[in-house]
Design a protein around this ligand. Structure first.
Ligand code: ATP
Ligand code: MG
Ligand code: MG
Ligand code: MG
Length: 468
């Protein structure tokens, strides 16, 4: 059944509301009172304390659509069909309430009844020792055994550094031989089987020493990628070609004068830019500003990486900030912090972009000269000092330098670079103000007069009755 991105979100939240879940708005991308995380990368991440019992949840059953950033997936963006750095994760959560026997049939019902995905296309994996989940899939749902794979800890055990963890069960959609080979299986390389939903049976609390302590009440945490399920329903090749997101690609095509779908390399750039624009727009709406540290550095890296891919498409001027409007228009009803901060978001992107454009060409000339020299001398590693100079003077985030070198089969001397960086950090540390977590608190505050997008949390009881 064809459904648009925004309709799938509504359908999901309404489905779980009908199963007595409380709909909460997405939490901020900035983790709250949680030093173990830089950015929120899963629906459960902002709710960790509900799982451990440190905080009381507003309801035992909760459902959300959470904005997520996963920088760990950045190298996959544009290359695989299914990875973005920014995406929305649909989830339903049980805090010591229901468990496997409820969540598995509900997931099945939502996929096969509400979304009308053919049962034959669905495959699942379970944790190797989780007979309970295996039996529910086989006996209650009726999935044939050959479509249930037992996988080890790497794949089917969910955990962060510390906190709630447990075995999980992933649901895959077989997209057919058009997308892979006959012998491909869920959990392997390749994009024929696309993982859409992860059901996590959170029954442990992992401590700093790596011990798994059983929780008194087991929990449920699930995560379904909104863009992925849209890809399945809309039968597109990848998560960037679905409704709303494809419009961004088309706009970049207009700006660059190039067509999407004609040149494989250019297409990667189109998808990278599209992804990064979404990520930067959402990050800034959550009060993150470009900087040389932490979240701000992630943002800076995304903006500059997108700008460089824009260059690759032949775009010579700042353009990212204009396209941010499309993200704000399309997602602004769901995430009002986008609309409320439209001008600031665009201004922050434009400034960062323009600043980088001033130096990018000189930096590229310099880096290309290094590359030439390295090749002549048969060297594989770019000196740390040179990489640092590119970073410090030309604004090249180290990952960008690394990425460009990798395209030539070369690399950076990271130890040397880190040494230079450490010296720099020492200098910066003295001047740092620890309270600077967002632009609302920064020196350039005057730019954003009248703006307030403080997170209104459940503890203020403000999201009770909040409708999506
Ligand atoms: P994969 O194995 O495909 O990388 P994952 O196992 O890392 O996915 P989970 O951590 O289980 O993903 O996250 C839950 C769900 O969120 C996934 O089933 C998927 O639908 C979605 N998801 C995860 N990572 C991404 C991403 N980088 N871009 C878009 N959606 C994602
Ligand atoms: Mg992954
Ligand atoms: Mg996986
Ligand atoms: Mg998974």
């Amino acid at each position: 059944k064809y459904l648009g991105l925004h309709d799938i979100r509504t359908e999901f939240l309404n489905f779980f509301e009908s199963k007595n879940h409380l709909i909460l708005p997405s939490f901020s991308l900035i983790p709250k009172n949680d030093k173990s995380l830089l950015l929120i990368g899963a629906g459960m991440a902002p709710m960790k304390k509900f799982f451990t019992g440190e905080e009381i949840p507003p309801a035992k059953r909760v459902t959300t659509c959470q904005k997520c950033i996963r920088t760990g997936d950045i190298d996959n963006v544009g290359l695989t069909d299914r990875h973005a750095t920014f995406f929305e994760m649909l989830g339903n959560f049980s805090f010591g309430d229901y468990f496997k026997h409820e969540v598995i049939p509900w997931a099945w019902e939502f996929l096969t009844v509400n979304l009308e995905i053919p049962k034959e296309d669905l495959w699942v994996t379970v944790y190797k020792d989780d007979d309970e989940a295996y039996n529910i899939w086989r006996d209650v749902i009726g999935i044939p055994e050959e479509k249930i794979t037992r996988l080890g800890k790497d794949d089917n055990f969910w955990e962060l550094e510390v906190g709630p963890s447990g075995p999980c069960s992933e649901i895959y959609v077989d997209r057919g031989l058009e997308y892979g080979s006959e012998d491909e299986r869920p959990g392997g390389e390749g994009d024929r089987f696309i993982e859409v939903w992860n059901l996590v049976f959170t029954q442990f609390d992992k401590d700093e020493n790596g011990n798994y302590n059983p929780l008194s009440h087991p929990n449920i945490d699930t995560g379904m990628g909104l863009e992925r399920i849209a890809t399945v329903l809309q039968k597109t090749d990848n998560i960037f070609e679905i409704d709303a997101i494809k419009d961004i690609i088309e706009e970049i095509a207009k700006v660059s004068g190039k067509k999407y779908g004609e040149d494989k390399k250019a297409d990667i750039s189109f998808r990278v830019i599209t992804d990064h624009i979404r990520a930067m727009t959402f990050m800034i709406s959550d009060t993150i500003v470009p900087s040389n540290e932490g979240r701000g550095y992630v943002l800076r890296r995304l903006i500059r990486r997108a700008a460089r891919h824009g260059r690759k498409l032949g775009i010579k001027r700042a353009f990212l900030f204009e396209i941010a409007d499309m993200v704000i228009d399309s997602w602004g009803d769901q995430y009002k912090e986008l609309k409320e901060n439209r001008e600031s978001i665009k201004e922050i992107i434009r400034r960062e972009e323009e600043k980088f454009l001033e130096t990018i060409d000189d930096g590229l000339v310099r880096l290309n000269a290094h590359i030439k020299e390295m090749k002549t001398n048969n060297e594989r590693l770019l000196e740390g000092k040179k990489a640092f100079k590119l970073y410090d003077t030309y604004g090249f985030p180290i990952d960008l330098t690394e990425e460009i070198l990798k395209e030539e089969d070369l690399d950076v001397d990271m130890t040397g670079f880190e040494e230079e960086m450490e010296l720099q950090r020492k200098r910066a540390r003295d001047a740092r103000d620890d309270k600077n977590i967002g632009w609302a608190n920064q020196d350039n505050k005057h730019l954003f007069e009248g703006i307030s997008n403080e997170f209104l949390g459940y503890e203020k009881n403000e999201c009770k009755g909040h409708i999506i």
